[in-house]
Design a protein around this ligand. Structure first.
Ligand code: SF4
Length: 379
């Protein structure tokens, strides 16, 4: 198929692998002293394992899996609050399928649905809006979840609801942003990161400039990448070339999709509907300043937190400790590989997940499970 096959071309892949090996030798990267490249996005993690790139690249490359899976970083307290809303009388709770099996302290949304809550999977917030139009006597809540990729579509739904004067539609807003957790990781003295593969879909919305601080303040290269094998190999080579030449810049390998300044319509909708929370809790990373979005007072009627009195209210956020033995935080910050979690494959499997990383389509543990682990996984 055109526009896919050329990004999976074996001859091109071999040439890029040879270039990566040459650059690793030039830098002196070895299995014992690897170059640490964090792929921020969970979609990239899955692409790396799906195409076996972790095994194909020079042994001097170590991929560190970043916190770019929005379902994985959702704290258990927010799952509990989803269930609290969903179990209210008269509520239809709508969500993307990815979030259905994420465990909270009272089980998952799937289990709440089995107990009788009216929880429905949707493909878009506009589907939730349509459910609200057809059920004027019910309260329809959409679980707004995700990075800058999905943030605009939730904003468009809220704007449409406002235009139509819908009174029975609201959003439980859990939208989060990519740059702030990266700043937090870079500020951690225990992290060893030599460069980044930047997220492709998020950057389609925000452009490349929000990553300038990575290069300018922290002196690390970042290359925004696509999701095909050639995209990723080329991006790894671009990061290595910067390291070899002593440069730290923001480069855009995915220019066929990512505009330098992002998508103006999406950015305008985000600015219209949301404002920054002072801080937001991330699973495994704790509270991170200005990393979450909430609905602006102009759209307060569509804010499920205000409507149902849950979440970041006057009493502050509710904190729920992680399950015993769960290493989700260490995996999401790249400190250990999923197979080093004591629960991996024993207490935690896709059928009986302890953490969201095992059930999300972008979770690192799910990638290891699905594609059979990786070289050096026991590190
Ligand atoms: S194996 Fe399960 S508990 Fe361990 S890090 Fe992965 S999702 Fe979390």
């Amino acid at each position: 198929m055109k526009h896919v096959t050329e990004f999976r071309d074996p001859a091109l892949a071999k040439a890029l692998l040879a270039e990566i090996a040459r650059l690793c030798d030039q830098i002196g990267a070895t299995r014992e002293k690897p170059v640490h490249i964090m792929e921020i996005c969970g979609g990239h993690t899955h692409a790396i394992f799906r195409f076996g790139l972790d095994k194909l690249v020079h042994e001097g490359i170590e991929f560190i899996h970043g916190p770019g899976c929005p379902v994985c970083v959702l704290p258990m307290s927010r799952v509990d609050e989803c269930i609290e809303i969903a179990e209210r009388e008269g509520v239809i709770f709508t969500t993307f399928g990815d979030a259905m099996r994420v465990p909270g302290t009272r089980g998952s949304l799937m289990q709440a649905k089995a107990r009788g809550a009216d929880i429905r999977m949707v493909y878009s917030p506009l589907d939730a809006l349509e459910i609200a139009r057809r059920n004027p006597e019910r309260e329809v809540v959409f679980f707004g979840l995700g990075f800058e990729t999905t943030t605009p579509s939730t904003a468009f739904a809220i704007q449409a609801a406002a235009r139509e004067g819908l009174k029975n539609f609201s959003v439980f807003c859990n939208h989060i942003t990519v740059p702030e957790p990266i700043r937090a990781l870079l500020g951690d003295p225990h992290m060893t990161l030599d460069g980044f593969i930047g997220p492709g879909h998020v950057s389609m919305v925000i452009g490349t400039h929000p990553y300038d601080f990575i290069a300018q303040e922290f002196g690390k290269p970042i290359v925004v990448a696509g999701f095909e094998p050639i995209d990723l190999l080329q991006s790894v080579a671009m990061v290595l070339r910067q390291v070899a030449e002593g440069r730290a810049e923001v480069e855009n390998q995915y220019a066929r999709v990512v505009p330098e300044h992002g998508n103006p319509a999406s950015l305008a909708a985000i600015a219209d509907v949301y404002e920054r929370r002072p801080s937001f809790e991330w699973r495994g990373l704790g509270e991170i300043d200005a990393s979450g979005l909430r609905i602006r007072p102009d759209y307060a009627g569509f804010d499920a937190e205000a409507k149902f009195g849950v979440g970041y209210g006057a009493a502050g956020p509710r904190h729920v400790p992680e399950p015993e033995g769960c290493a989700c935080g260490a995996v999401m910050t790249g400190r250990i590989k999923p197979t080093a979690c004591p629960q991996y494959g024993t207490g935690c499997t896709p059928e009986t997940p302890l953490g969201a990383l095992m059930v999300s389509s972008e979770g690192a543990c799910a990638a290891y499970w699905q594609y059979g682990g990786a070289r050096g996984a026991a590190a």
